[in-house]
Design a protein. Structure first.
Length: 168
């Protein structure tokens, strides 16, 4: 278990290079859907801009003594009939799980939704093979909405995605 002070703050565009290095370090984590390829530094900067503005999207990072150890974000749906929904993503370095850091990141996201003029609902998908993450979301009040059968194929394995949501 890793201890020490961890700060939660909104992401800034200047985090792009460090975020890319951190994403690369957790790519092999079996609990994550992951990316096929990492974006370029410029693509990452462009992706961060709306999350810094905090209008339709928001992201927070968890920063430990040696840099970024986690990130959580929400992105509102673009269409008017679904723009009250935001899709959640969260990742935390394995050595920092079980220390309330994920909960702290989620509390920031929930507060953003409660104060947002349009977004009211958080939705997510989690790998069926990640029971720890499913329990984490359940503890925070997320409810099961559905299951996408055979939604992910990784190393020849078929994995379902569990759909969950919350109205904070």
């Amino acid at each position: 278990m890793t201890t020490g002070v961890v700060t939660i703050r909104q992401v800034i565009v200047e985090d792009a290079a460090e975020l890319l290095a951190w994403f690369a370090s957790i790519q092999g984590d079996a609990g994550l859907v992951g990316r096929d390829t990492l974006p370029t530094l410029q693509e990452e900067r462009e992706w961060l801009k709306p999350r810094v503005e905090g209008i339709r999207a928001i992201s927070y990072v968890a920063v430990g003594a040696n840099g970024i150890i986690g990130m959580a974000g929400l992105e509102a749906r673009p269409r008017s009939k679904t723009n009250h929904c935001a899709t959640l993503s969260i990742s935390l370095s394995p050595g920092f799980r079980g220390q309330n850091i994920g909960t702290r990141l989620m509390e920031h996201l929930h507060a953003w939704v409660r104060n947002h003029e349009v977004v009211e609902r958080i939705q997510l998908e989690v790998l069926s093979t990640n029971p720890g993450a499913i329990r984490f979301y359940e503890r925070l009040g997320y409810t099961h909405e559905g299951r996408r059968i055979d939604a992910i194929r990784r190393d020849g394995e078929s994995i379902d995605l569990i759909q969950m949501s919350l109205v904070p």
